[in-house]
Design a protein around this ligand. Structure first.
Ligand code: GLV
Length: 455
């Protein structure tokens, strides 16, 4: 449809204060006020995260087609479950022991409730940006395809993604790149540094997660590859130097890495080749060699030898000035040690309940850690986020950013890149709407006064 334009300035004297402000900030200046208000909807060009919901309603109105993928993330998980081999679903869905920590992660969110505030002059284009490790986006979120978007949500470093869809890490990295949100590549990736970087796109924020090898030469080599391929932030997982007791996987003896799935970083590594005496990906390499190389990768990264605080200095020397973040911190004491040992950030996480069964829910750990180190470290949060309100609660309790994990995998398993994109857009739309409807124009007021913990 063609939209006629007229000069809006002749109407200005009649506008009330708020309307004037809204128009000056959100409406195209050459359209009549009425058409200008409708323009983003009619042209489907509204670019806030929240507009994903109006796009769905208007698409139904115009095409009579309901959305291709349900917005109900629990249904997307059910669909993933029905599509995936049982072992693959269980590997991702499961946790350590009785899975009480997986449950505690979700329960912790129910203890906190949002306290909405009304009549606070909220506009559609909310500023959800944050400065994280030097990436700063001063403008409100304006475009979903703007590579310089904010970084409040980060892809959790999930490995072996080709288990869930053949496009695996490539699809996921592409979707995060499109949104300008950081993609974190896992050391247990089934796709290598370069291929993920290419899929993610030039200039997009990429982070690298290290399972810290017990062989220094290997660690240095992984870090070098990460830097050469544009990974800017080093995330060191400190809670998974050995796999926990995981009955779902043990029941079927399922361990994908033995089948050379999730070992691509090791298979491609030149230092590993020098130690093995062969390149397992070279033409003519045997399956046996590939398997040996995969086992070498696994054994060097999860050998049951815990990393030590004192050794962080080595990582700093090898990584240089770039940000280093410790993932898997649960206690204020460890958070303070992270400050002492010169870290730039921590991620409050219990590995999605996959490591210590019986551990406290991750969100419960957040406030005391924030009280101990806020302002000294950038604080990420991971563990149990399933909706926009969860993101809101974690930020209100002091996290600077959150990580999205299992829901993204279920989207990928449901429909590859399309499914992952849909889940990410749904979570961000839900979050954006929650921020606005709770009375906030930006994140500066999303603090502890925005949530309550009923007795
Ligand atoms: C690896 O990170 C796992 O949790 O299986």
């Amino acid at each position: 449809m063609t939209i006629e334009t007229s000069n809006m300035s002749s109407h200005e004297p009649d506008l009330a204060e708020d309307e004037k402000r809204a128009n000056s900030e959100t409406i195209h200046p050459t359209l009549s006020p009425a058409l200008a208000l409708l323009a983003p909807i009619l042209s489907n060009s509204s670019t806030t995260f929240a507009s994903y919901s109006s796009q769905i309603y208007f698409q139904k109105d115009q095409t009579l087609r309901a959305p291709e993928i349900t917005p109900n993330l629990a249904k997307i998980e059910s669909s993933a479950r029905s599509r995936l081999p049982k072992e693959a679903y269980n590997y991702a869905a499961g946790g350590a022991g009785l899975e009480s920590t997986v449950k505690a992660n979700r329960e912790a969110f129910n203890h906190w409730r949002i306290l909405p505030k009304m009549l606070h002059s909220v506009l559609p284009e909310r500023n959800l940006s944050r400065k994280i490790f030097g990436r700063y986006i001063p403008a409100p979120i304006a475009s979903l395809s703007n590579a310089e978007s904010d970084v409040l949500a980060v892809m959790a470093p999930i490995g072996v993604q080709t288990l869930f869809h053949p496009t695996g890490e490539r699809a996921m990295a592409k979707v995060f790149g499109e949104m300008g949100l950081p993609y974190t590549l896992s050391t247990a990736s089934s796709t290598g540094f370069k291929d993920v970087a290419t899929a993610n796109g030039d200039g997009n924020p990429r982070w690298y997660q290290l399972y810290w090898p017990t062989v220094d030469g290997l660690t240095q080599s992984y870090l070098k590859s990460a830097r050469e391929n544009g990974y800017e932030v080093l995330v060191v997982t400190v809670d998974t130097w050995e796999l926990a007791w995981r009955p779902r996987d043990l029941e079927t003896g399922y361990f994908p890495f033995i089948q050379s799935i999730g070992t691509q970083i090791g298979l491609e590594d030149k230092y590993a080749h020098s130690q093995l005496g062969f390149d397992p990906l070279a033409e003519g390499a045997t399956l046996e060699q590939r398997k040996l190389a995969s086992l070498y990768h696994v054994v060097t990264t999860s050998r049951g030898v815990s990393p030590r605080w004192e050794n962080l200095k080595k990582l700093r020397d090898w990584w240089g000035d770039g940000p280093i973040v410790l993932k898997g911190i649960q206690s204020p004491e460890d958070a303070l040690l992270a400050v002492k040992f010169g870290m730039d950030g921590i991620i409050v996480s219990n590995h999605g309940g996959r490591q210590v069964d019986g551990a406290v829910g991750s969100l419960t750990c957040l406030p005391p850690i924030v009280d101990a180190v806020k302002g000294k470290l950038t604080i990420g949060f991971d563990g149990g986020i399933r909706c926009g309100a969860d993101i809101f609660k974690a930020l209100a309790l002091g996290a600077d950013f959150v990580q999205l994990g299992r829901p993204m995998l279920w989207g990928l398993a449901h429909d590859g890149e399309k499914g992952a994109r849909h889940v990410l857009k749904s979570l961000l739309a839900d979050f954006d709407l929650t921020v606005g409807l709770s009375g906030h124009q930006d994140l500066s007021t999303v603090d502890r006064t925005a949530v309550v913990c009923p007795p």
